[in-house]
Write a protein that binds this ligand. Structure first.
Ligand code: MRU
Length: 348
């Protein structure tokens, strides 16, 4: 794993040989971002499967799943990936431990590969939303680092650029963990995609001065009604975007949509250590002993979301109806035509 805690100043790769180390790495944010967490958990379970004992493999397997399920509560991709691994185990539990291990490894690699393919397709759908010359404001890191590759919100940017559009990105620094400053800025710069870094409190000013064409963010868990949990600070951006009539898009692979969760109130919000707030890069910035809150995510109500971009197409309002329809397999409307219609209506 590329250690995301020390980017951008150091590129350190960590090798784990024990599933408990992989679970710890997820909890400690060596790897983070909902889809990447799911992939890492699947790989960790495949690694842990080497320790299954013939006496009671089912009990050993559940112990593995529990170790990963207790790492980070909000990112639903984690539970989605565990469920996929569990299905493979259950279907094959009568087979030899060697066969089970091989099948679990295969499933983990499939989850990895499917994630990259999903992001590329999602990016292609989303690219139609961006006009040539657009400036996209994003929050946190929903890029290659947060997935198995290509990103989700940043997949939309990458696909639009691949289609020949000139796109630039404004990255919010994303206090307290600084995923925007440390990770989004790093990966976009590496890919030579124009990126400008701002602190979180600058977004409103830039929107007011008409320097933002749209906001695109990822999600850790989107409820069935389209309420979106994402990195803390996303909700105020959605409110600001609404105030300034700027489209607010969410890039969400279906693995990030929790259809069993009716609305955002039911999404568990992770509380992280207070030290992430009182210290910046190891240096204390607040008085010792001060009371601190550190919710890692917030929920943006569906009415503030212009559209959700998935690998199945784009869901627009009313999201509670259009999102489930995407899963049921109804073909997505050709976005270009729909967008052209909206543009004509706006001009009128
Ligand atoms: O705490 P993190 O860094 O894991 O939070 C990540 C986010 O909030 C991302 O926006 C989300 O997981 C989508 S990543 C494609």
């Amino acid at each position: 794993m590329l250690d995301q805690r020390v980017l951008p100043t150091r590129e350190v790769y960590r090798v784990y040989r024990d599933y408990r180390e992989v679970a710890r790495a997820i909890k400690d944010m060596v790897i983070r971002g909902a889809p990447a967490i799911g992939v890492a958990a699947a790989m960790g379970i495949a690694l842990g499967a080497r320790t299954l004992r013939a006496a009671d493999p089912a009990r050993d397997f559940e112990r593995l799943c529990r170790a990963f399920a207790s790492t980070r509560p909000t990112a639903v991709n984690l539970f989605w990936a565990i469920q996929r691994m569990r299905r493979v185990f259950t279907r094959n539990r009568h087979r030899s431990p060697d066969t089970i291990r091989t099948l679990l490894e295969r499933e983990a690699l499939a989850i990895h590969d499917e994630d990259v393919a999903t992001n590329r397709t999602l990016g292609m759908h989303g690219a139609a939303l961006l006009e040539d010359g657009a400036t996209v404001l994003t929050h946190c890191n929903a890029g290659a680092l947060a997935t198995a590759g290509f990103g989700t919100a940043l997949a939309v940017v990458r696909a639009a650029i691949d289609a020949g559009k000139r796109i630039q990105v404004i990255a919010c620094e994303t206090r307290p963990f600084l995923q925007g400053a440390r990770l989004t800025a790093w990966e976009l710069k590496k890919d030579r995609i124009p990126v400008t870094l701002i602190t979180d409190n600058m977004a409103g000013h830039l929107m007011q001065r008409e320097r933002v064409s749209c906001v695109i963010v990822g999600t850790d868990r989107t409820a069935a009604n389209g309420d979106v949990a994402n990195k803390i600070g996303t909700y105020p951006l959605a409110v600001l975007a609404h105030r300034h009539a700027i489209p607010f898009y969410v890039a969400a692979p279906l693995s990030s949509i929790d259809f069993g969760c009716p609305n955002g109130d039911k999404i568990p919000i992770e509380e992280r250590p207070v030290r992430e707030v009182t210290h910046v890069l190891g240096r204390q910035i607040a008085p010792s002993g001060i009371r601190v809150l550190n919710p890692a995510f917030d929920v943006t109500p569906n009415e503030l979301v212009t559209a959700i971009v998935t690998e199945r197409g784009i869901a627009r309002q009313p999201l509670g109806r259009t999102l489930p329809r995407l899963v049921e397999g109804a073909p997505a409307k050709p976005e270009r035509k729909a967008e052209a219609r909206r543009m004509r209506a706006r001009r009128r």
